[in-house]
Design a protein around this ligand. Sequence first.
Ligand code: NAD
Length: 307
Amino acid sequence: MDQLELRTAKEGDMHVGFIGLGNMGAPLARRLCTDHTLWVFDQSQTAVDTFTGADAQVAKSAAELAESVDIVLTCLPTSEDLRSLLFGDQQVASVLKTSTMLIDMTTGDPGITRDLAAKLALDGIDLIDAPVSGGPKGATAGTIAIIVGGSAAQFSRALPVLSSISCNVMHAGDVGAGHAVKAGNNLLNLVCRLATFEVVSLLVKAGVTPENAVSIIQKSSGRNYATEITLPDNILSGTLHQGFTMGLMHKDSSVALQMADDLDVPLPISTTAFANLKKAMNEHGQESDMSAVALTYENDSGARIRP
Ligand code: NAD
């Protein structure tokens, strides 16, 4: 039996492909190796190289991958990247088999997702959105939140594959609902994170150590993801590496603010947080890690949060 035959012998095995093996996509894809015959592709050779020798078949192109599997998962920077993959130069949409399911794990734009889904449906291809929350750490642990937008039947079809990635797969509503909830979640994460940096800077200036400020709030009513994970793991540890860029947070928050504009919902607190993110991004660059926002708060307050 060669390696491929061994892989196809797995119980409940499906042929699935994963495109986009970056900070988030790579750990998501790795979870699929155990249960399914996995094909992978990324336009970056460096990203692909991390899969060499892993239990996956590396496709030469996105089109080769699309022709070889029944379910394609994508985790690209933006919905425009997905549009261009499907309908741009590579024309991947034209090689997808009828009845293929496309599961987009990108943190995307609900409006674009609904447009792409309608276009693909004309050829019998299902597109659903399944963005994730919990970062590379949650993906590796198999606990990442997967927020699915699609019909009940599409959700049922995707579940065996998504369950191989995580035990936390949730149905948000029709196509686009996953991307809407994810954008709202990240806007809330931004607000909580920046408010936490503000308060911790204040407490440090008032003579409390950053470690005490964070650990006490974490046991009190102000606790949130920043006191539980971001500050202890990425800032107080001094690593300043979360694996999520300011540019991606800017994109996610922009999607939520655009939804608010379209639906006439005022978001004064979120708008202020977004302006502060832009300030930090201008200072550090869009490719810098979200943890570096703490440096902006240190500069503005004169309080040292890092070790
Ligand atoms: P990344 O920049 O690390 O990875 C993106 C990957 O997609 C890159 O390897 C790139 O080469 C590849 N790619 C882009 N266009 C492609 C194409 N046409 N064909 C093949 N490969 C292509 O970004 P990331 O951090 O992995 O984020 C991916 C998505 O996941 C984003 O939408 C992001 O908002 C979301 N997300 C990220 C995190 C995180 O912590 N990093 C958490 C939750 C959600």
